[in-house]
Design a protein. Sequence first.
Length: 548
Amino acid sequence: MFHALELENFKAFGKRARVPFAPITLIFGENSAGKSTILQALYLLKQTHESRDTGAPLHPRAENGIVDLGSFQEMIFDHNLGQSLSVRVETTMDIREMFRLPYEENKIAIEFSFEMRSLKKEIRLDQIGVYHGKSSKCIARFKPSNKTVEPREFRMMMGSFHDSFGLSPSKLVEARCSWLTKATEYWKPEFEWCKENRKEILRELEERKLHLERSLKHQIDQERVDNEPKRSKEVLREADKLRRDLDSVNVDFEFFSSDFDLKVYISKRHGEEKNTLLGVQRFLPVGVIRGESESWVTGHMSFLPFRFDAMAFDVAEFVISTAYALERTLRTLFPIRPFRSPAERYYSFTGTSPQDVGYRGDLLPDLLFRRPELVDETNEWLKRLDIGYELEVKPVETETGDLYQVRLIDTRRKKPVNVALPDVGFGISQLLPFVVQSLDSKERIISIEQPEVHVHPKLQADLGDLLAEAIKESRRNQVIVETHSEHLILRLQRLVRKKQIKPEDVSVIYVSRGPEGAKAERLRLDENGDFIDEWPKGFFLERLRELR
């Protein structure tokens, strides 16, 4: 789930603007104020992540993509290439058991800054930052360099990441930790655990030390008897590695033998974790680069026979897990484009079973054709929405047998009349993909721009019932709607007043444009569904003006 989005120097937004999300988020505002920019920022990240070109940090344009934002210069506020573009996404961290978060909430934020200093240069990822979800305090920052590494030169954090991130054999960009928090809440659990288990740690370090000394002696003896030059170089490299590991264990043994306090402990661990190098693909950190000195937590402590990782603050694991949480959230995002594919009189079955309606609604016919139960559920909701039609999906008798029709039965007539989908109002075909996707989704984030287009006021209001259904516990979807519909928000206010949804289930965002760019304000609802915050420039004031 998206909890919030922050934008800076992105299209209409100049100064940093924060957009808080809820299970149902409605984005209002005047034309060209910047409403669509909010959704476009999310689409840009999703489009980039799904691109086959893993070397580019951003993909403003893509063939058959989700969004077309043109060039980087067109995306940057005021077209000023001297600025960096920043997008921060606050999402849900569902993998807390893999490391310790120093707070109860499972919200985490990750920010990406991009730059292109001239038209002759390429877009580059300037900085990655991870932030506390509630306080927005920075936890760590990483600065990508111009250096790339081969996949064999880094290790993945957690085996499942490789498939989840969709990694390819392409090179990764190196990113070095440029800033790391010293806040005690991140380091204190580690410190207390180490103090409590110091005897066991020293015993294990001593055994590790003896093992390394024996291995090093064996390598030295091997070097003396091995006359093959190529083999001798390999032995020397292995011996050098063993010496470095032994030196590191000796330093750790000396440290844990001392009477260290929290301040000294943080200083040591902070210095170790600042050596972290990450491998970045597109804009997401995906692995830890080998070759740099590892901290005893991420390296030498792995030999401990008792569980320690639940208390450790491993910055690499923390940042990569945050990136994975965002990646998983982006995968659940399902954008429905402003203009859906127009209805056709006949469809040819592709031989596949789509999992959704498609970003443009183009997969809707095949989805309905393969899912009769979904047709039945859709018809129940068409009745609840009082649309006056019932869906019918049936094959057409032909030699090939691969043609079918999506037709509508007019239920308002004394004798139901069967009509082709293109022969009814344009609004029905535009609304159907949203209705079907809302009913067929579970734990998805569905976004749509202006679902009320070509739809009459009563149906606009009734869509509020559909949104309330989509976020129920049985479905647990999140819906983000860019709209101008007064009727939609009035219905949601009514549902709050009737206790069918909670005030916190709805986030009403008003976007306005000023001399310094767009700004976004949240207008809160109370328990009665009334607005706590005053609607900027009046709430749909035009209706009152026309009635005077």
